[in-house]
Ligand binder design. Sequence first.
Ligand code: GAL
Length: 388
Amino acid sequence: MDSHKLLGLRPAMGWNSWNTFTWDINEQLIRDVADRFVSEGYKDAGYEYIVIDDCWSLKERDSEGNLVHDPIKFPSGIRALADYIHEKGLKFGMYSCVGTHTCAGFPGSFEHEFQDAQLLAEWGVDYLKYDYCFKPRSMSGELLYKRMSLALKNCGRDILFSACNWGEDNVYQWIRESGAHMYRSTGDIQDNWDSIKSLTLSQLDKTCYTGSFCHNDMDMLVVGMYGGSNDGFIGSKIGGCSDNEYKTHFALWCMMGSPLMIGCDIRNANDVTKDILLNPELIKINQDVEGRGAYRIKPEPQWFHSDDVFMLVKVLTDGDLAIGFFNLSDTQREISLQFWDLGLPYASGFSLELYDCWEYKELGKFKERFAPTVPARDCLVVRAKLVK
Ligand code: GAL
């Protein structure tokens, strides 16, 4: 089969420099992350792309109109960094913007789309995150994403196109047709529970707009940051989540089919962070090849629960169901699943055999219903198999 066609088949997995490091990036950091991807098991778990976000270039293009990397941050040059990452069997991503400037004020790709795509290809770039700042008001964002998509698809290299317009301008209605492989559907995540919760709730009625070759990107993961960003907006020392909140965040992104782009400093990740990010059962659900969006079930009795208590169900390729019981509220809840809500009538004679994807253990066989008690800001994720 033509391998071009498979870019973006599954949600991208990788690491992005922005959440923790913002402007403070350099080639040694990126090399260290690549080393850790291999030595700490991220690569084996499926994480692949290492992406430099904003603030990598000089403030001006050169006399030929080319983007120029910052020689202090990247003294060996971008090509050498790409080679280093490729030698480890990983892929390399960079960042630009639809507008005249990036959000941090560096040159954007407006009216340089085809030239920049060419340069990225020459450098060995495999992924482009394409932001939405400084877009001339008279231009349609839709058209500008189509432009860069066309440029990338014809630059001579397979480059995954990651659109980042924060869910503006009804992006759901046109992004798949533009050629982008993933699209940001939300404003920037922050390293706190309120942000995770509000991004999630904003996407619950959009689950039909994700899927293979154009995934709904709910923004980078904040798992393991514990308030450790150098940027006040994303985290600073007042941010940070508890381990359960990070676990729930990861489960939501997995169940909802979001790309999994790590945003913490993996050089200092603790064991809990690694256990969350490397959970093979959750990753399998996220990467399921049919790439179906999850549907939501509101638990009974409905008068008892607010919108922040719900189940998500994802139909998997092999016939199993991934079921997440999410309690985003501040009190413990029993969340009751009636199997008829999954399309399974009692009269069928089938039961569900449930496997707990966090505890890695069988929970047993259930008929008609399953009603776990889920602590506040926590979740249970099971893989359900139909058995007689
Ligand atoms: C924002 C984007 C962030 C990050 C930042 C860089 O617009 O949503 O993820 O890329 O710009 O300036």
